[in-house]
Design a protein around this ligand. Sequence first.
Ligand code: MTE
Ligand code: MO
Length: 375
Amino acid sequence: MKNRLIWEQILSDDLNPFYDAAPRAHSTGLISREELALANRNSGIFLEALQHDITPAGMHYLLVHFDVPNIRKEDWRLEVSGLVGNPLALTLDDIKALPAVTMPVTLECAGNGRTAMTPRTCSMPWFFEAVGTAEWTGTPLSHVLDHAGLAEDAVEIAFFGADRGFDRGIEHDYGRSLTPDKAMSDEVLLCYEMNGMPLLPQHGFPLRLIVPGWYGMASVKWLDRIEVLDHAFQGHQQVGTYRYRQDSGDEGRPVDVIRVRSLMAPPGIPDWYTRRRMVDAGAVEMTGRAWSGGGVAVERVEFAVDGVWQDARLEPRGGDYAWTKWTCIWQAEPGEHVLACRATDANGDVQPLEQVWDNSGFGNNIVQQVSVTVR
Ligand SMILES: Nc1nc2c(c(=O)[nH]1)N[C@H]1C(S)=C(S)[C@@H](COP(=O)(O)O)O[C@H]1N2
Ligand SMILES: [Mo]
């Protein structure tokens, strides 16, 4: 059904040059020109920044599908329309006048880790760096929805950004939806500040949605339109992508809650070109971060040297949706070693050593491994 609609739209549009590119093939071997261009636009966190509780804004990862819109605050409004008693067009000052909340939230891109997949999906080629934790300030979305008055028969609420482009031949404003229940839950925020500063243009200025505990695609940037629907939202980012599928023909199911993952800040010093590490022998304090989605806590992090695991120490997390710091002392002995870490959450979910991949590399949480030389 969904695929037919998409292909009808593509085939009926004579002036659409992008259908040739759809669907994108899986690939092996060298990175493509397109992947390299995406990697230059969408920066990742520096893994050494896993030392920070709160990621400085300029070190937070970025994922921008189309162009960063150039929005003047004075011209911008947040429209709320569709099945509401009271349609709204709010200024940023209207939104700032509502009760404010500040919350540390770990955001992670659903495609984080996908370069470990082979053959790989041609998309943003993340290794492990599509994660960050910022202090987000805004007002609970429920305040605005209460003000608008959701109709009883609302089925989904769609959130649109000011950015527009093509994906797989389909032209659209970036848009994602939530159910009314999810949209009204306390933790979902309309945010205008990141780490105590107005949002940077690339992080969604002047306003973005933050859906804590879900992969990043739900946290719509440059938010300017909320539409309350009597049906399930059919936008491309909702039904065409960000779904767990075995192959590209499946209907699949939506990507939502973040899966448990841990990362380490690589020890020692790197080689500029290969980024392989050199570590001095002796006691090395290893540290990193671990997180899971849906507000679920991390219960255990293990650290391994050459496949021998030991428990790491966990520090209290800064909030239900923020990552947990872990530390571990490693008695480093001269030679070549492979380091790894893996987390288990309160649901008992644990990171796999061997990933079962979906078609797009979404939601993978494969164990990170770092090769080092100890001298
Ligand atoms: N409007 C809009 N919102 C968006 C995106 C986008 O391209 N356009 N990218 C999404 C994805 S896939 C992710 S992972 C997060 C990244 O947020 P960040 O760039 O602030 O880290 O934003 C999400 N919100
Ligand atoms: Mo993402």
